[in-house]
Design a protein around this ligand. Structure first.
Ligand SMILES: Nc1nc2c(ncn2[C@@H]2O[C@H](COP(=O)(O)OP(=O)(O)OP(=O)(O)O)[C@@H](O)[C@H]2O)c(=O)[nH]1
Ligand SMILES: [Mg+2]
Length: 464
């Protein structure tokens, strides 16, 4: 079997207050800084990318099983927990070493044993306790050796996650990426975006028209390869060519092949959506012109932003919307998904094959923007031009000095600006710079990240 393109999924479960969210935050912390400054984005605090050493993985925080309620929010949480466990590569079952073993822990353990997933038992809040003392009574859960950890302080966490990922990371290496830029004379070695396959994930709520679009696309194009292995970890990858460009469609169990056509499995999985986004370099987010933009849409959009993938938005079923509805959904889009303003929005009908050509053009443009090669001299010139037109504001005795810029990464482009007193730069000025870089380098369709790096000598340019 071919290695999965997907990142492994680690799901955190446990009764209330054992420290699941604390552990989640610790595992995903490094990502937070990257997405802090997108106005309007509400983040889903239950799904995130974690990284231990070189191994990225997807972390899921869950509500709990709460078996009592038959409906309402508790039942919904329980349902989502069950689905998450179902889709997990490894489950971390958290207990509380200070409280000790409870009946509820035993119930959860029993359910996890029946799930057949790989389960790691963690005894949390064990800082300052002896490992043996903390974990002794938890052996009886029959889930193997308890890992004594402290989510709050970090003790034992790396070890726990490494054990969870054992046997998974070899099977799921980083998707072969995409020419890490190498610093050269002119800043960076050339990376020709035409060499890159467009790895496209089509995401959206159930019934939005994903499979219709895939069939419309593939109806016209030559399908080179189709690959649908059977296990839960596997992606559907469909390769096709269009106008000389190679595309790989990345999907999850969301699409199934039935004879000659694809159809959607109308059960939505956040985890699988997130995995597909992570495995892609461009995302097509589909919205439904005949339905309101929902919180679920906003969360999917939020994931795209967090992962930094290039993005194109298609509002589908346009043929079904009358002119009032058309105005309304556009207003809704501007209001609810304001933080996607970097992305191009198209109105299409997958069913009638309307608007698909321009959509694909935008996908190609977004891909090119995501892999744009920005040389140090050009970036520095653009930076100087921006600063000449508008200086960063002085703050106290500090006037930030922006000296030069280089590219620190692709997909999304990362621009690293060097200078001094850069921590004094307000968000508004960062956005101003972003706008200028976008204009100069035609970076539509991709998030753009800007990082400020202070030069070593703090005395230089203190007062400006
Ligand atoms: N001493 C200690 N306290 C911890 C540790 N981890 C979490 N806590 C505390 O335990 C409490 C609950 O932590 P959360 O992370 O919110 O627990 P949770 O499992 O997400 O709780 P629910 O979402 O309500 O199910 C908080 O007051 C945390 O500060 C730890 O390692 N040591
Ligand atoms: Mg929590």
């Amino acid at each position: 079997m071919k290695p999965s393109v997907f990142k492994p999924v680690v799901v955190l479960v446990g009764r209330p207050n054992v420290g699941k969210s604390t552990l989640f935050n610790r595992l995903t912390r490094s990502r937070d800084a990257l997405v802090a400054d997108f106005p309007g984005l509400t983040r889903d605090r239950h799904y995130g990318e974690g990284r231990v050493g070189d191994h990225p993985f997807i972390v899921v925080d869950t509500g709990g099983f709460e078996p009592v309620a038959k409906n309402g929010i508790m039942a919904e949480m329980a349902k989502q927990t069950v689905q998450a466990v179902d889709e997990a590569d490894a489950v971390v079952f958290l207990t509380d070493g200070r409280v000790g073993l409870t009946g509820h822990d035993r119930e959860i353990a029993e359910r996890l044993r029946r799930s057949g997933r790989k389960v790691l038992l963690a005894v949390n809040k064990a800082e300052g306790m002896s490992r043996t003392a903390a974990s002794a009574e938890f052996y009886e859960l029959g889930l193997g050796e308890p890992h004594a950890i402290s989510a709050a302080h970090g003790d034992g966490v790396v070890d726990l996650i490494e054990t969870a990922l054992e046997g998974l990371v070899e099977a799921a290496p980083e998707p072969e990426e995409d020419g890490e830029p190498v610093e050269g004379e002119e800043g960076f070695a050339p990376v020709d975006p035409v060499d890159h396959r467009i790895k496209l994930a089509i995401v959206g709520r159930p019934n939005v028209g994903k499979s219709t679009l895939v069939n419309t696309l593939l109806g016209e194009e030559r399908v080179i390869a189709f690959d649908q292995p059977g296990t839960t970890r596997d992606a559907i990858e469909i390769e096709f060519e269009r106008g000389g460009r190679r595309y790989t469609l990345i999907d999850t169990a969301g699409l199934r092949k039935r004879g000659k056509v694809f159809e959607a499995v109308e059960k939505f999985s956040v985890i699988k959506t997130l995995q597909a986004i992570e495995a892609s370099n461009v995302v097509l987010l589909m919205l439904d012109a005949s339905a309101e933009i929902s919180e679920q849409d906003a969360h999917i959009a939020g994931f795209v932003l967090e992962t930094g993938r290039a993005l194109v938005v298609a509002i589908n079923k346009w043929d079904r919307a009358d002119s009032d509805r058309r105005d309304e959904i556009k207003r809704e889009f501007d209001r609810k998904l304001r933080f996607l303003s970097f992305a191009k929005m198209h109105t299409v009908s997958a069913l009638r094959n309307a608007g698909i050509g321009p959509l694909l053009k935008s996908i190609e443009a977004a891909h090119a923007a995501a892999f744009a090669k920005l040389s140090t001299p050009k970036l520095t010139r653009a930076l100087q031009a921006a600063v000449d037109q508008q200086q960063p504001p002085r703050k106290g005795i500090f006037r930030p000095k922006l000296r030069y810029a280089h590219q620190g990464g692709q997909n999304p482009p990362l621009i690293v600006i060097h200078g001094s007193a850069l921590d004094q730069i307000p968000d508004s000025y960062r956005r101003y710079l972003e706008t200028r870089f976008r204009e100069t380098f035609l970076l539509q369709g991709t998030p753009l990240r800007i990082e400020f790096r202070n030069s070593r000598n703090p005395y230089l340019d203190k007062a400006g």
